[in-house]
Design a protein. Structure first.
Length: 146
């Protein structure tokens, strides 16, 4: 992989680079890196189901590790779920988006996050997920929802 000078993934690393940001500002990178960048639940560390109350239920041994890495690990979990449910993660452009306020958008599906990402898509896209599996709020069988 040909990463940028700082070692981060960039849009120039492949013909099509789609990035899922789930831990921006912590272990993840908050700024756009790919041809298309997806920001589930705003892209921050506090992904649904990653709050301390939810993690405490897992038991003390997993508490620290899960609390620190939960949001970061959601990116690959969302992608893995998209393999079974390619059109389950529709997303929308959101020019007025602010952290924690997804409702500022007029939500209209414009791109799919995960395995169904269109290589012609460009820009930043936002969506919300469930706190546990299935993470996709829009469980469908096909692009037309049938």
């Amino acid at each position: 992989m040909n990463t940028g000078d700082d070692g981060h993934l960039t849009w120039a690393d492949a013909v099509f680079v789609d990035v899922i940001h789930t831990d921006g500002g912590n272990f993840g990178f908050p700024h756009p890196l790919g041809h298309v960048d997806f920001y589930p639940n705003g892209g921050g560390r506090r992904q649904p189901g990653c709050d301390l109350k939810s993690i405490v239920r897992m038991g003390f041994r997993k508490l620290i590790n899960q609390y620190i890495t939960c949001g970061h690990n959601r990116a690959w979990r969302y992608y893995a779920e998209s393999v079974e449910n390619p059109y389950g993660f529709p997303s929308s452009r959101c020019p007025k988006w602010r952290p924690g306020i997804l409702a500022n958008c007029v939500w209209k599906p414009e791109a799919y996050m995960g395995v169904a990402a269109d290589s012609k898509s460009r820009g930043k896209f936002y969506l919300s997920t469930n706190s546990r599996m299935p993470y996709a709020k829009n469980v469908t069988h096909g692009k037309d929802g049938k």
